[in-house]
Write a protein that binds this ligand. Structure first.
Ligand code: NAD
Length: 429
């Protein structure tokens, strides 16, 4: 009789540097006891279905040939094609992209979208390159990963340091290689190329909706509520603006250039404009700069991490004085920080629910591209709002039933849906 196999870490990972992938594995271990019979399939969640590493050679503006490292990981496609963003950052690694892809699988399933999970990235600091260089890098990367992406296989979208222009280059490159315009290969495109109205704001809007629901559950009125935001890009900037427009007071913002503070509330519209013009928030008028350690320790009703992974960890969790954390970023809180914050009574709305607004409107964009029939922004925002509220309410109910955190509840729902699909499909061959 065949022996039960011992599943070790894949040989291509360094056990000493698992980073976000280690965080994800621990999250899966925490949810396994709640998966019942489906638990026998859990190993499928602990390894990506497919991971592609590509070399991206391009000619820089000065004529020098440079090589960049690119990735596309498809974590799970049991419920539908892979879906997930593309990140340009100097710290991108295979283990990070694997974790981001896995969180996409859980997220798509938790909000019940017909997608699996995928993610891509290029290891570079895009601020060091011209627009022309970034276009060549994007086009070569798209061509290299072209063998595994496609409207029915895997659909990229924007993430950190990528945007609608990046998606336009990706769509054009894929279409040129295919020999026909293929709008549905990426989402987050410009509206003029089959992008969806409301997509740019969608993730921040979802953070706002779930944060508002959580505040309501905690008896906190948004009018006058204090909000602290880390990351002032697509997600953090939009969420800050929407909370500001509902009367909340954004008292501090941190980005890669520094932290700015104003106890009376920052003028968010002016700060967005300043960040756009100066590349970041540092030095904005009518703000005081503050140390990162003071930033995390600010007393506030809502704290929104919307930058990178593992920003809230065992080192700073104990100092956090927020009532609610709404995770705009993917994987911003480590399991150790989760435990510390939960014991302090902080309610955490987990990434796989809080930031699912982006993939939800990406889903709308994909559907609109297939049907070549486009919806109004009001329709999009209305559908988004109702799906986000439903996801929050359903997660909350599961958390109460099992007496677990919202993160574990969202993972119970998401992982069970993925494993059920795995089980029903069966193993090939
Ligand atoms: N864009 C989306 O639709 C989407 C969807 C779901 C989740 N997310 C997640 O949201 C997070 C932010 O993505 P985005 O699209 O807003 O990216 P973005 O590039 O638009 O903005 C990133 C922001 O983070 C800040 N930042 C970077 N490094 C930092 C550091 N070390 N300390 C403090 N701030 C830092 C940058 O200054 C910038 O303000 C990421 O975790 C991403 O995976 C994005």
């Amino acid at each position: 009789m065949a022996q039960q196999p011992v599943h070790r870490l894949p040989s291509y990972l360094n056990p000493e540097a698992l980073g976000p992938w280690g965080v994800y594995l621990e999250q899966v271990d925490r949810v396994t006891p709640y998966l019942g019979e489906l638990g026998k399939w859990v190993e499928t969640l602990k390894r990506p279905k497919r991971a592609l590493i590509v070399d991206i050679p391009i000619k820089l503006d000065n004529g020098v040939i440079a090589h960049f490292e690119g990735y596309r990981v498809q974590h799970n496609t049991s419920r539908g094609p892979g879906k997930g963003g593309v990140r340009y950052h100097q710290d991108v690694t295979l283990a990070e992209v694997m974790a981001l892809a896995a969180w996409m699988s859980v997220k798509s399933a938790a909000v019940n979208l017909p997608f699996g999970g995928a993610k891509g990235g290029i290891r570079l600091d895009p601020h060091q390159y011209s627009l022309d260089e970034l276009e060549r890098i994007t086009r070569r990367y798209t061509s290299e990963i072209g063998v595994i992406i496609g409207p029915n296989k895997d659909i990229p979208a924007p993430d950190v340091n990528t945007n609608a222009q990046t998606m336009a280059w990706m769509m054009d490159t894929y279409s040129m290689n295919e020999g026909g315009t293929t709008t549905g290969v990426v989402t987050g495109k410009p509206v003029s190329l089959g992008g969806s109205l409301g997509r740019v704001e969608a993730t921040g809007r979802g953070v706002f909706v779930t944060g508002r629901e959580a505040a309501h559950d905690c008896g906190i009125a948004l009018e006058g509520a204090r909000v602290v935001v880390q990351g002032f890009g697509n997600v953090g900037g939009t969420a800050a603006r929407l909370f500001h427009e509902q009367g909340a007071k954004i008292i501090a913002v941190q980005d890669h250039t520094g932290c700015v503070h104003n106890a009376n509330g920052l003028d968010i519209h002016a700060l967005l404009q300043y960040a756009e013009e100066h590349g970041g928030v540092a030095g904005a008028p009518e703000t005081e700069s503050m140390a990162p350690s003071d930033f995390w320790a600010l007393e506030t009703e809502l704290l929104i991490p919307a930058a990178l992974e593992s920003q809230i960890n065992a080192d700073n969790a104990g100092s956090i004085q927020a009532r609610i954390i709404v995770e705009g970023a993917n994987g911003p809180t480590t399991p150790q920080a989760d435990d510390i914050l939960t014991s302090q009574g902080v309610l955490i709305v987990p990434d796989v629910i809080a930031n699912a607004g982006g993939v939800t409107v990406s889903y709308f964009e994909w559907v609109q591209d297939f049907s070549s029939f486009y919806w109004t922004e009001t329709e999009i925002n209305h559908r988004l709002e109702s799906m986000m509220r439903a996801a929050y309410t359903a997660t909350s109910a599961v958390a109460k039933t099992h007496k677990v955190t919202l993160r574990t509840a969202a993972f119970i729902v998401g992982c069970a849906r993925i494993l059920e699909a795995r089980q029903v499909r069966g193993l090939y061959p």
